[in-house]
Design a protein around this ligand. Structure first.
Ligand code: BDR
Ligand code: CA
Length: 315
């Protein structure tokens, strides 16, 4: 069984990614670490505990991490995820007995990785503030991990939150820079573009059936997914359903979901007037650097669907 630490800014798609990981017997979630991103870290912790409650998994420790980006960025995404980060669905849940861990997320990540060397896969679904801070405290961190998957960055210079940058990188460009430069192992990155292509997303008729599943988890999911669905289906008139963090988690639990990858050298623009936070891929090797990450270029949605269907079943 592979151990996971999931770093989140829950967030509708983070919530879905957590639900997917918890439904999967091949992985054990040893910790969920929270960071400011889609909403403030305190709300992220509350939302994460609600997701764990919906899955009957309040035994999983939740750690509060960085409340702001290292230097700049610091944007929220409440227009997309709702003021509460979960579609403002007004979900009432009594989680008052459940506390966030006293320890900060950053030392918790370092402690767990050192406790289980080469056993933990880190799944980063949020601005990379916690991960950058952990690397600066333990520069050998990357080499002690079994793997790292990051949802974030973009490869074509078209942003989803600034003109040129993807949200997780734009919300803390300096942290993204530190992670790409100093992780010292090759992360797998699922960039924004993969989530734009028709092949990586799910058709609406499939989504409609999926969300109709007769289970408590599906009812929870239906409530929290409302706002992103409205933005995508009604406002954006997108021909398919997209959930970036859910897709990223699918690649972690089943590598067959990845249809095509490319090894590249990439870094993060920190200085541009319009481009700060943009991932810069050296497609033609002009910088003469060794490749430092594995980019997911194509996703196999048919392979992911059985996992998504299973995740809504109550056990
Ligand atoms: C990323 O930004 C956030 O809004 C989502 O949770 C996801 O991690 C997509 O750009
Ligand atoms: Ca996220």
């Amino acid at each position: 069984i592979r151990k996971l630490i999931i770093d989140v800014d829950t967030g509708v798609d983070d919530a879905q990614a957590i639900m997917l990981a918890l439904s999967c017997t091949e992985v054990e979630v040893v910790a969920i670490t929270c960071v400011s991103g889609n909403v403030h870290v305190d709300q992220v912790c509350t939302n994460t505990i609600k997701v764990l409650a919906a899955c009957g998994r309040l035994d999983i420790p939740v750690y509060r991490g960085a409340d702001k980006s290292l230097i700049g960025g610091g944007m929220e995404a409440t227009h997309y995820h709702g003021v509460d980060g979960l579609s403002d669905a007004g979900i009432e849940m009594d989680v008052s007995g459940t506390k966030v861990q006293k320890e900060h997320a950053v030392p918790a990540i370092i402690k767990l990785v050192n406790q289980y060397p080469e056993e933990i896969t880190l799944v980063a679904l949020a601005p990379l503030t916690n991960i950058a801070l952990a690397i600066r405290q333990d520069p050998g961190l990357g080499r002690k991990l079994a793997g790292v998957t990051i949802m974030g960055g973009n490869t074509q210079g078209v942003g989803n939150s600034t003109v040129c940058a993807e949200f997780n990188f734009a919300a803390d460009p300096d942290a993204a820079f530190v992670v790409l430069q100093e992780l010292n192992v090759r992360p797998t990155i699922l960039p924004w573009e993969v989530n734009l292509s028709g092949t990586s997303c799910q058709p609406w008729d499939w989504f409609d059936e999926w969300i109709k599943t007769d289970s408590e988890k599906a009812r929870f999911m239906k409530a929290i997914v409302q706002l992103p669905v409205h933005r995508q289906r009604v406002v954006g008139k997108m021909p398919f359903y997209r959930s970036c963090d859910l897709s990223a988690m699918a690649t972690v639990i089943d590598p067959e979901v990845i249809a095509e990858t490319q090894e590249v050298y990439a870094t993060v623009e920190l200085a541009g007037n319009y481009t700060r936070g943009m991932m810069v891929v050296d497609w033609n090797g002009r910088l003469g650097k060794s490749t430092n990450l594995t980019l997911v270029k194509e996703f196999n949605p048919g392979k992911a669907r059985p996992h998504f269907e299973r995740m809504l079943l109550d056990v």
